[in-house]
Design a protein around this ligand. Sequence first.
Ligand SMILES: [Zn+2]
Length: 299
Amino acid sequence: MLLLGWCGMVCAQQPAPPLQVAPGVWFLVGDSSKGYSNTTVIEMQQYLIVVDANYPGRARELLQLIPQLSPKPVRYVLDTHAHGDHTYGNSLWTRAGATTVAYAAMLSEMQRYEPGRWQAAEARREDVRTLGEDDVQRPGLVFHGRRMVLQDATRRVEFRYLGWGHTPADAYVWLPQQRILCTGDAAVNGPRNKLWDSNLRNWPRVLQRAIALHPRVVLPGHGASGGVEILCGQRQFLLDLYAAVQQALRRGEEPVAANIVLPERDRNWVPTDLTQDIGIVAAEIRAGRPAGALPHTWR
Ligand SMILES: [Zn+2]
């Protein structure tokens, strides 16, 4: 059935309306059936900040939607990590006048994996293909060290590096006055983890640093918004998965889905098929090095 969406357009499925989580801060949930990630829009005195460039298809939608939230121009797009659902729309934002920003490790991540992942995405995604570009556009600005701060008379926004968890280039967007934290995919709400590029032993420690910020609102890269329970639940799932695989290995068993049973508390994060996640954790434990540092291909 065709429905009239919030934006007044006829849509096959009614999209969730932008959620205003604080004055001048909106959370927009991406359509997971299209692989889109979530987006946060932050209003400053003269301009807007967008968290995550998203895939090109969603970037095009956002460029239409955002002027309905605020007439100010998008000056910065903060990419929380290098994965395509967060960065492949970069060139559309810069063409619209914005500067894309990331933690410095994004450059080495892209150097390592691109344009291989871009080409794989082109093969399966029309929105990437129709851009007519042969590689992801690199961020226009990177920060080194622990943080980059954007501040004016109305608001302070910190783009923070807390350590290698989900990927070496993870960065969090922290609004200290409103206590709002955008996590990218370092914390997701639901069975949506991608472990390929991670440091599984370190990831829970990084999440502990995020928890120590005492956020009031947590805006994850995928799934619904919430509070600190998203960070705690994500952290517990990772700890339990790691421990279960480690115990199986210590017993001399091959860690497979049939003998890895996670506690009920992890239910929100456990995918239907844990096979690949178990394999990645086992590879990290066996190698004694972060899974993301081992040779691997995007699956
Ligand atoms: Zn993502």
